[in-house]
Design a protein around this ligand. Structure first.
Ligand SMILES: Cc1ncc(COP(=O)(O)O)c(C=O)c1O
Length: 491
């Protein structure tokens, strides 16, 4: 059915329905796209909450996985990803090995184990993580939490001098990033009023930052800036920044640059090594589906991870000073306990504590699925899903998502229209006075998205588990919700 329809092929784009082909707006069209989706088997790897379970007031009645109940429309992977089914296998193995081996679980491997003994789970985690962010395994580490890791990295990469002491970040940065930068500046007895350079959007309703604007702020502060910290994808607008160009520009001015990839990891195809990013940090509870507050990840470019194999008491020129702990110590001599810190090469040398194997098992379970699917294939599907969502929102020909009185759309999309400048998320700005009613109707219909008050909803089809039919269903309910919200507002 779908194959008989016309397609417009656009660069990076989805197989968009031809504008005047009304069949393209039918559910069958979305179902036909799902049929042809080469990644469709991955949906079954996740537990999609049922509508009934979303309303449930107790946990014990159900395991939440009775497939006869209709599933919700979950488009909130930008906030909290869904649970991979194989997480139980990983966590059961962890519980079992701890139960039967106690401390010897650190060293003893099992023939059927998904992960190596506890002593080496960090290496296994790095191998799984590296292809997802375009790094070599020695450039990444699974550890800690996002904001904690930003502090750890900034304590090493932000070493202000009297000449270079500023940090450039966006004015609308995620609060935790803002606080982290501000507190780092204060820790060095500097004043955020002079040392913190905020890139402010020209349009506060649609706070997109052009690459030109970012480069200009870097130029204007080139001589006294020590560090730039930006998001790979902006949490509010969904804008995907030009990481390679901005990184190269910062470097050309002698400035280090770090990227917060919370909304980019598992979403777009990152090439952190090739782009020569100095450092990056991210969490794994959004697109990477590892559970609320899951263990985070960091990247340190190989040029910054070099060590010469000796202790750091002044003789190692290659070594970048950092906050150290025993897990960053060279594995071969870690247990000699001689209090001579010999760092591991690469990102592993930034580890501080021994990793929680429970937490790492959760992240590994999801990374295993990502590696099966591969980021290029996921990005390809993501471009199609998000393009389809945008197409339905903006081109739906029946015009019944318009405010009937003035025939104006009751919303606009603030995320960039260029698919290369966004990931899976579209941020929709509603007309004033509509948000509460729209959210109420979406919830009643089992649609899960998130909002940023006063007027924005963020909708994120995640290519691992979302379908074109999910997008179609969302659009159907959203159209109805907007219409009812306009009617309620205008009496
Ligand atoms: C861009 C960004 N930075 C920082 C954080 C804070 O993360 P955490 O609480 O894991 O440190 C988040 C959380 O969503 C985020 O989206």
């Amino acid at each position: 059915m779908g194959s008989k329809l016309h397609f417009q092929s656009i660069k990076h784009g989805p197989p968009l329905p031809h504008h005047d082909d009304i069949r393209a707006y039918k559910r069958e069209y979305a179902a036909a796209l799902d049929e042809k989706d080469p990644l469709r088997r991955f949906r079954a790897e996740f537990i999609i909450p049922s509508k009934k379970d979303l309303l449930r007031k107790n946990l014990s009645e159900s395991e939440g996985d009775d497939q006869s109940d209709p599933r919700c429309i979950y488009l909130c992977g930008n906030s909290l990803g869904l649970q991979p089914r194989n997480i139980r296998k990983y966590i059961d193995q962890y519980l079992r090995s701890w139960a039967i081996k106690g401390v010897t679980g650190h060293f003893v491997s099992h023939e059927d184990a998904l992960l190596p003994p506890y002593l080496h789970v960090d290496d296994a985690g790095s191998k799984l993580l590296a292809p997802i962010v375009g790094a070599s395994p020695s450039e990444v580490a699974l550890m800690g939490t996002l904001t904690g890791n930003l502090h750890i990295l900034m304590s090493s990469f932000y070493r202000p001098t009297t000449e270079r002491y500023k940090i450039i970040l966006e004015g609308k940065a995620f609060p935790s990033d803002h606080y982290a930068v501000e507190s780092q500046i204060r820790l060095h007895n500097l004043n955020p009023a002079t040392a913190m350079v905020l890139i402010e959007p020209e349009d506060t309703e649609r706070p997109i930052l052009s690459t030109e604007q970012i480069l200009k702020v870097i130029d204007d502060n080139a001589s006294d800036t020590a560090l730039v910290l930006l998001p790979g994808i902006q949490y509010y607008t969904g804008q995907y920044f030009d990481i390679p160009q901005i990184t190269a520009h910062a470097h050309s001015k002698g400035i280090l640059i770090g990227w917060d990839c919370a909304h980019a990891v598992g979403n777009v195809e990152l090439k952190l090594h090739d782009w020569e990013v100095d450092f990056a940090a991210w969490c794994h509870y959004k697109y990477v589906n590892s559970g609320p507050g899951a263990m985070a990840g960091l990247f340190v470019h190989e040029k910054h991870g070099k060590v010469n194999g000796s202790s750091t008491n002044g003789e190692d020129d290659a070594y970048r000073p950092r906050l150290a702990g025993w897990w960053g110590h060279d594995k071969a001599t870690r247990f000699q306990m001689d209090n001579n810190f010999v760092p591991q090469e690469g990102a592993a040398g930034y580890q501080i504590s021994n990793p929680s194997v429970l937490d790492l098992s959760a992240v590994a379970s999801s990374l295993e699925i990502f590696n099966q699917a591969s980021m290029p294939a996921l990005r390809q599907k993501s471009l199609q899903l998000t393009g389809y969502l945008e197409h339905l929102l903006l081109k739906y020909p029946l015009d019944n998502h318009a405010d009937d009185r003035n025939k104006k759309l009751s919303f606009s999309i603030i995320t960039p229209a260029n698919p290369a400048e966004r990931g899976a998320q579209l941020s929709i700005l509603l007309q004033p006075g509509l948000l509460d009613k729209v959210l109420e109707i979406l919830e009643e219909n089992g649609v899960v998205i998130d909002e940023r008050k006063p007027n924005v909803v963020r909708v994120a089809p995640a290519p691992l588990y979302n379908t074109f039919t999910d997008v179609w269903e969302f659009h159907r309910v959203f159209v109805m919700a907007c219409r009812e919200a306009v009617a309620a507002r205008d009496g």
